[in-house]
Each structure stands twice: as structure tokens, then as C-alpha cells.
Design a protein around this ligand. Structure first.
Ligand code: AHR
Ligand code: AHR
Length: 502
């Protein structure tokens, strides 16, 4: 080998090694398409980033705190997070922008399609406990978006506008999705209203197929370009856009004048594949684009709030990144070592056992979670109650119908019927086999918020827990918008002694 050639290959190896050690935004910067927004609740996306990743709000007292990486460029400090949230519920109130541009994400305001459930029509914000993960063994939390949850920044700076080029990637949960509109991350309208074709360019994930679709039943990685989720050139079917089944998914959407692409892969191994790379849709408005540069997470451009999904990290660039830069980012994501964390903690009930669930609120400790027809409530029960009354307050623990890290509670006197939430009331309903029922009937356990027994959290709405309120059962959040979310007595009302006796 000539000395200049060996020097060149050494230099190449050095660049590759440096980039492999770099964060995703270091890689895109070296590619000439720097991040103008970088969001992650799990880790730093620049090698040198050591500022706050996110802000938590604690619902018991409204206190806030910022969570930083454990080390510069590293994973979030989950120990600081857990100690701040101990005995209370917490929400991600700010997802900070790591790019230095201040493009932070906060609770989304109401939009043209929908108002959120909170005062002023604001959307919900996410409960970290819904998306525990580990990164190379270090605990962290992702952003679990239930329907109604959304983040937005309508005053972002530096993001693509008009037909300017941009790239985006996001790491998401390929098993958490639905057919609602729209679980998006990326560029959207600054008005929260649908202002027409081509006014958005965001990554979208789900199995909504009213616009585009890919092969199989979904979910698919798509692009929300406004008034359409696209899988390819035109809004309809692209058989090269596959159904995704991986637990952790890297999704890429990028666009430049007259051209755009969708790429994706397993975020824990292997390379990205290209699912579309070609011309812009030919329907009016998509070429040239009219991007507005706001940033959304978990919602559609007009604040459509029907979708669900989980976001761990993502960026938006200025400039169209090369495929090889995306590929290095994918290698970096794989090296981050995403794995699932524990959804249920504390004393877990054994699957197959029959349990009783007793209130711990002072003055109500003789009451057990029970049902009267389809209404789930609390009833005063003792070992000498009638066998019918005791059966109404006895639950058979099943593996969670939607997630086997969690649990479902089957009625002992009505086999095939389970506790589920609907409109955030707890009901006893027959399992209809649907995805929605399974999700509504899946609950995860954790140590009781008041220090006694267990608290039992909805899998699909992880800010919401089994609560008794005027002796009726709800899936209630701490200080949320409904009367049964009343913050007074919350920690006691959501803490239960799970045992096998009355
Ligand atoms: O493009 C799909 C959706 O259509 C957008 O997110 C929303 O703004 C509109 O309802
Ligand atoms: O309980 C909240 C939601 O209400 C459930 O997910 C759904 O079944 C109903 O619309």
C-alpha cells in the first residue's frame, strides 16, 4: 500500500470512528445538514451536550425540575427523575431542544381540528412511567403519547420553511400505535390549523389508512405532508413501505425541492432501508412545498389528537442529509442500546391468582374494588359477606391483554369480563377481542403512591390510576380536568392493598 493511500484509509477510519463516537447531531453537522431541533428524554444527541434534557412537573404540588444527562453526551439521570417523582405522578412539561436554538416542545394549544381536554383547550402531556427503557443498561424514560397528548412549538426558529430542504429521524415504539390521526414528529403549521397541502412535512407512524398505506396491515412509517399521510409518490398504496413490527424503530423522512424519501429500520440492530425515494406527490400544493416550520410531536398539523405512539428521540435538520449520514445515525442509535424497561414494579400480583383490592384512604379501608353490573365501585365487604357479594369483589389476575408486563383483572363472577376504562370510568365489560378493549383493560402496578400497597396504572393512559371517588371507580389523573381527577386525597385514593382475603 502506498503511504498516501494508507494515510487516506487511516484518515477515513478516523472519521468513521469519530463519527461512531459522535451523537446524531454531530453526524448531521459533519454532513452539512445540522440539527436545528433535537429532542430526547432519553439521552444527549450531541457529544458535548450537558444541559437539561427535559423538565418534569410533579402533580402533587406543581413543582418542576430539570433532568440532565448523567455525563456529558450521555443518558438521562433517571435516579434524579425517580427521586423527584417519588410518591407522586409526574409529567414531561418541557422537552428541551438540544440544538441551542431554543426550539423546546411544550403542551400543545388547541387547533383547527380539536381542542385538548385541559383548560384553554390545551392537550395532555406525557407520563414518563408509560415508556421506561434502558440504554446500554441505564434506565431512562420515553414520551408515551396517549390520544389527547401533544407537544408543539409554533415559534421555532431555523427550521425549514417554504420548499427548503430538511431531514428528520425519530426513534419510536413500533408496537404502540393506532389508526387515529396523527402520531407525528416534525414540521407543521405555525397556526395549529390546516392551511393546505404541503404546509407540513413530518414523520408519521400508525395504521391509519384513509390516505396512504404500505404493505400488510400496518403500522407504517409515513410522511404527513398535510391533508395526507404519504407512503410514496401519491397518497395511496406503496408496497415497498412495509408493516413495522420492531419494538424500537428508527424512522426517517426527508425532503428537498421536487424530491423526498422515507427510510426506516430496527433501532436496535442492522441498517436502514429505503422505502421511498423519489418525486413529490403531483397533487396540487406538494411541489413546491409550503412548510411553515413549527414543530409537533404526537398530533396532526391541525392538532388532531386521536393518535397514540411513543417517541424516544428525534431531530430536524436544516439541509437534506445524505443517506450515508442517516446510516451513521442509525449506527449511533443501535450503539445507544435501547431495550425495554420495567412497566410494572413493586409487589406484582401473580397471574392466575384471585385477589381482593382494598382501599387505603382513611375512613374507607373497609371498602374493596368490586362491581355492580358494569359499574366498578368500592363496596364494604368482609369475610362474612355473602358469597355473591364476595365474588363481586374478587378478581382473577390475568397477563395484560395488551402488554404482558402488565395485568388485566377478570371478574370472578362474570368470566370473560374485565375491568376496563371508558371515558376514564372503570367499567366491567366483556372482552370483545378488539385492540382498544385489550388496551383499555391493561394495567401496570407500582408501589402505592401513599407508601401502602400498590397503585394500578392504565397502560394506555399512564397518567391515570385506579381511583375511588365517592366510592365509584375511575382511571384518574392527579389534578386532571375531570372532577374525579381532584388532587385532594389523590395519593390515598389510588393506593390499594392487593391480597387474597377480605
Ligand atoms: O395530513 C393528515 C392530517 O390532516 C394532518 O396532520 C392534519 O392537519 C389534517 O387533519
Ligand atoms: O377511557 C378513555 C377512553 O374512552 C378509552 O380508551 C376508550 O375506550 C373510550 O373512548
Amino acid at each position: 500500500m502506498s503511504s498516501s493511500r494508507s494515510l487516506r484509509s487511516a484518515a477515513k477510519a478516523l472519521v468513521a470512528a469519530t463519527l461512531a463516537a459522535a451523537g446524531p447531531c454531530d453526524i448531521y453537522a459533519a454532513d452539512g445538514a445540522p440539527c436545528v431541533a433535537a429532542h430526547s428524554t432519553t439521552r444527549a444527541l450531541y457529544n458535548s451536550f450537558n444541559s437539561a434534557l427535559y423538565q418534569l412537573t410533579r402533580n402533587s404540588d406543581g413543582a418542576t425540575t430539570d433532568i440532565f444527562p448523567l455525563t456529558t453526551g450521555g443518558v438521562a439521570n433517571a435516579a434524579a427523575h425517580d427521586s423527584f417523582c417519588n410518591g407522586a405522578t409526574c409529567l414531561f412539561s418541557i422537552i428541551y431542544d438540544q440544538s441551542g436554538r431554543g426550539n423546546h416542545l411544550t403542551r400543545a394549544p388547541p387547533g383547527g381540528a380539536a381542542s385538548g381536554p385541559n383548560p384553554g383547550g390545551y392537550d395532555d402531556i406525557a407520563a414518563p412511567l408509560g415508556a421506561p427503557v434502558t440504554l446500554n443498561g441505564n434506565k431512562a424514560y420515553g414520551v408515551f403519547v396517549s390520544p389527547g397528548t401533544g407537544y408543539r412549538n409554533n415559534e421555532a426558529s431555523g427550521t425549514a420553511t417554504g420548499d427548503e430542504p430538511q431531514g428528520m429521524y425519530a426513534v419510536i415504539d413500533g408496537t404502540h400505535y393506532n389508526d387515529g390521526c396523527c402520531f407525528d414528529y416534525g414540521n407543521a403549521e405555525t397556526s395549529s390549523h390546516d392551511t393546505g397541502n404541503g404546509h407540513m412535512e413530518a414523520i408519521s407512524f400508525g395504521n391509519i389508512d384513509v390516505w396512504g398505506s404500505g404493505s400488510g396491515d400496518g403500522p407504517w412509517i409515513m410522511a404527513d405532508l398535510e391533508n395526507g399521510l404519504f407512503t410514496g409518490e401519491n397518497v395511496k398504496y406503496n408496497g415497498n413501505d412495509p408493516t413495522i413490527t420492531d419494538r424500537f424503530v428508527t424512522a426517517v423522512v426527508k425532503g428537498e425541492p421536487s424530491h423526498w424519501a422515507i427510510r426506516g429500520g430496527n433501532a436496535t440492530s442492522g441498517d436502514l432501508s429505503t422505502f421511498y425515494d423519489g418525486v413529490r406527490p403531483d397533487a396540487n400544493g406538494y411541489n413546491p412545498m409550503s412548510k411553515e416550520g413549527a414543530i409537533i410531536l404526537g398530533i396532526g398539523g391541525d392538532n388532531s389528537i386521536g393518535a397514540q405512539g411513543t417517541f424516544y428521540e428525534g431531530v430536524m435538520t436544516s439541509g437534506y442529509p445524505s443517506d450515508s449520514a442517516d446510516d451513521l445515525v442509525q449506527a449511533n442509535v443501535v450503539a445507544a442500546g435501547y431495550a425495554i424497561g420495567a412497566l410494572s414494579t413493586g409487589d406484582k400480583p401473580s397471574v392466575g391468582s384471585s385477589v381482593t383490592v382494598r382501599a387505603t384512604t382513611p375512613g374507607y379501608t373497609n371498602r374493596f374494588l368490586a362491581h355492580n353490573g358494569s359499574v366498578v365501585n368500592t363496596q364494604i365487604l368482609t369475610s362474612s359477606s355473602s358469597s355473591a357479594d364476595r365474588a363481586a369483589g374478587t378478581w382473577i389476575v390475568r397477563s395484560g391483554l395488551a402488554n404482558d408486563q402488565c395485568f388485566s383483572f377478570e371478574s370472578s363472577d362474570t368470566p370473560g369480563s374485565f375491568i376496563r376504562h371508558s371515558g376514564f370510568k372503570l367499567l366491567l365489560n366483556a372482552n370483545d377481542g378488539s385492540k382498544l378493549f385489550h388496551e383499555d383493560a391493561t394495567f401496570c402496578t407500582q408501589p402505592g403512591l401513599n407508601g401502602q400497597g400498590s397503585s394500578v396504572r392504565s397502560w394506555s393512559y399512564p397518567a391515570r390510576y385506579f381511583r375511588h371517588y365517592y366510592n365509584v371507580g375511575y382511571a384518574a389523573s392527579q389534578g386532571g380536568p375531570n372532577d374525579f381527577d381532584n388532587a385532594a386525597s389523590y395519593a390515598n385514593d389510588v393506593s390499594w392493598i392487593v391480597s387474597n382475603s377480605f
